[in-house]
Design a protein around this ligand. Structure first.
Ligand SMILES: Cc1cc2nc3c(=O)[nH]c(=O)nc-3n(C[C@H](O)[C@H](O)[C@H](O)COP(=O)(O)OP(=O)(O)OC[C@H]3O[C@@H](n4cnc5c(N)ncnc54)[C@H](O)[C@@H]3O)c2cc1C
Length: 410
């Protein structure tokens, strides 16, 4: 029997397994896909988030020239952005796993049962795996973690991207465009439809990654719409794709409910609803929160007779303390505002957002500020933005007041 069984070998599973191994725990892994299979997703992150963790070496690309376009000329962000070197990070965690003697079993989880001393996971072939605690890191639609039933449609981030060469640079050479919300390329009737933006970067050697992205929409914006808009946007600037090396279709939920925090299986990553509801980013939060979670689990397992339920309780509290829950509901309120805005209001809101002090907007994006600091930043934004955005925000207080109430009593 192991101390902890980790399900899933995406970034969440691999990182947490390594952190638990580092704590001296006996860890086993169970995953549906080979843990060494290259991750399919392109992961972007602000460079200072990795620096703060001493992990800058895992940036495969780094841009100093980072901008947003909100219709009034480029808005310089003055903050370095990077792409994760997926192969290197995955290899790092796998070799750490190996160093800690972690064996990754291959299998798809079918179910779990709990007794007072252990949990037992069964895979689809009928094989069983026992552990004192089970961590479910199997992604946004988890194998075991249970969430409350959702009563309203889930909002999805969706994107269609191309890595390729183009007849002319699709963005300024050397640049990284976090968000280009200009909609001048769309015929007038379509401008009223749900806004999407261009996320793009120069990868060097005349290769660019360009992605048309819907920040969040319920139901998800279709890939066909995103692909069409990406080509319309290029055509409007007189650019065509000459070589396609890779296409990315990105789809994940933004506002999945927080899991039931009393269950005996603990989630991590997408399975624990750790995606920032207002941005879609998760990797930084995962890297920051994993070691604390591993420490809490190791402490809880020190007592020999603790039940899976007791260890899980401690772990869930470490992952989702009340203060973090409060902020989560405030971010979810923010998401509802963003989804309600048309392009003009979005442009004005985001311009005011990126004109806040950098520690404020970066702290909001990374979820590293305390709740009062976030409220202060939001009040500052309210004071600086247009009347139309202010009106939208005030209307949202009425229509989504339940989320603000949960910020007070989660
Ligand atoms: C295309 C795309 C791009 C993204 N870009 C970014 C980004 O730039 N920055 C960022 O911060 N976030 C990004 N995200 C959001 C988020 O960080 C990712 O979704 C991330 O991959 C989630 O990690 P995870 O380990 O929780 O789940 P996953 O990466 O989905 O990994 C799940 C693992 O569980 C295994 N598994 C699944 N079901 C079972 C089962 N029943 N039994 C056993 N094993 C199972 C899978 O094989 C896999 O190994 C992106 C998401 C997508 C889809």
């Amino acid at each position: 029997m192991s101390d902890v069984l980790v399900i899933g070998a995406g970034p969440a599973g691999l990182s947490l397994a390594a952190a638990l191994g580092q704590r001296g725990l006996k860890v086993a892994g169970l995953t549906a896909t080979d843990p060494a299979k290259p991750w399919p997703n392109t992961y972007g992150i602000w460079a200072d988030e990795l620096e703060a963790l001493g992990m800058s070496e895992f940036l495969g690309h780094r841009w100093q020239n980072t901008v947003a376009h909100m219709g009034q000329g480029p808005l310089p962000l003055r903050r370095d952005y990077g792409l994760i070197d997926r192969e290197k990070l995955q290899g790092h965690w796998l070799s750490q796993s190996q160093g800690h003697g972690i064996v990754w079993h291959h299998g798809k989880v079918a179910g779990v049962s709990h007794s007072s001393r252990r949990s037992e996971v069964t895979d689809k072939s009928g094989k069983t795996y026992s552990a004192r605690l089970v961590i479910d890191a199997s992604g946004h639609n988890p194998a075991l973690v249970k969430r409350p039933v959702v009563t309203k449609p889930i909002a999805y981030q969706a994107a269609y991207g191309i890595v390729g060469r183009f007849s002319a640079p699709p963005i300024s050479p050397g640049q990284m465009v976090l968000m280009d919300y200009r909609d001048d390329y769309l015929p007038a009737p379509e401008r009223a439809l749900p806004p999407t933006f261009l996320y793009a970067m120069d990868l060097g050697d005349d290769v660019y990654f360009i992605e048309e992205t819907s920040l969040a929409h319920a139901p998800a914006i279709g890939f066909d719409t995103l692909e069409r808009r990406l080509h319309q946007r290029l055509a409007h600037r007189g650019v065509t794709v000459t070589d396609t090396f890779h296409t990315e279709r990105c789809l994940f939920p933004m506002n999945m409910p927080i899991p039931d925090l009393n269950q005996s299986v603990v989630g991590f990553g997408g399975a624990a609803s750790m995606v920032h509801p207002a941005t879609g980013y998760m990797l930084g939060a995962m890297l920051r929160r994993g070691p604390d979670l591993a420490r809490a689990i190791a402490l809880a397992l020190e007592a020999p007779n603790t039940s899976p339920e007791q260890v899980a309780q401690t772990a869930w509290q470490a992952l989702w303390p009340v203060e973090r829950l409060r902020k989560h509901y405030l971010y979810t309120f923010g998401l509802e505002n963003l989804m309600a805005f048309d392009t003009r209001n979005l442009q004005q809101f985001l311009t005011a957002f990126f004109e806040l002090d950098k520690p404020q907007w970066s702290g909001f994006l990374a979820d590293t500020m305390a709740l009062p600091e976030i409220v202060q930043a939001m009040l500052g934004l309210f004071g600086q933005t247009s009347n139309s955005v202010r009106w939208g925000l005030m209307s949202s207080v009425v229509s989504h007041g339940n989320l603000l109430r949960r910020t007070l009593t989660p």
